[in-house]
Write a protein that binds this ligand. Sequence first.
Ligand code: FE2
Length: 251
Amino acid sequence: MLIAQISDTHILSPESDQPAASLRADCLRRTVADINYRQPDAVIFTGDTVQHGQPEEYALLRELLAPLEAPLYPVPGNRDDKDAMRAALSDLAYLPATGDFLHYVIDDYDTRLVGIDSTLASERKGRFCEVRQSWLDKTLHDQPGRPTLLFIHHPPFDVGDHYVGGYRHPEEAEALADIVQRQPQVIGLLCGHVHWPIERMWAGTQARIMPSIAVDVRKGIDESVVQGRPIYMLHQVSRSAGLVSEAREVV
Ligand SMILES: [Fe+2]
C-alpha cells in the first residue's frame, strides 16, 4: 500500500493581506498535482490545514484539494477549528458528525489507518485525554492481528528545540506510548506540527514527523526559515518491510 502524507499547509483566506497567502495556496496546489502523478492508494493529512480556522480558509482548502484523486484522511491540528473543518469536509463520511473528537479508523485497506485527534479548542499543545486513551486502546485491541498505521498532529515525544508545542500534560503523551507499546501490530506513527522532518523509535515502533507543505513556516535546526520547494512524504507500507518512507520534493 502506498500512502502520501501532507501536513501543515496553513492555508490563508484569499482575502488575507498576508503575503504568504498565495504562496501557501500554490504550495498545496503543486503538491496535489504531484501526488496525483504518483497515484498513492490514500492521502493522510496530519493537521494545521488552515491558519485561523476560518470558513473562508476551509473553502479555499476544499478548492485546492478537489483535484486529489486518492481518498483523503485528515486529522486536525491546533490551528484547525473542528466544527469549521467538519462542515467543510462533511462529504467525508468516516469523520464523526458529532462529538468532541475527529478521530476514526479506516478498515478499507490491508493496513488499518487510525487517525488520532490530539487537539483541544484554543490549546496550542497536544492533548490525549482519558476518553481518547480508552478509544485508542479499544480500537487497537479490536484487531490485534492487522498491520496498523497511526497518524496524529502533535508528536507525543520530546524533539528538543524543534518541539514547538509539546503536550499540555506530559503524562497524556506517556499514556499514548504505553497503549501503543502493548500493540506490536502498530507499524508506525506519522506526525506533523513541527514543520521539519525528524525520525525516531518510539513505543516500539517507527515515528516520523514530516516537514510543512507551507514553505514559509518550515524551520531548520537553528530555527531559520527554510524556503524552497514543498516536500511531502510517500510511505510504502507492507507486512514484511513495515514502513519505507521517501521525501518527495515537488518540482
Ligand atoms: Fe503547523
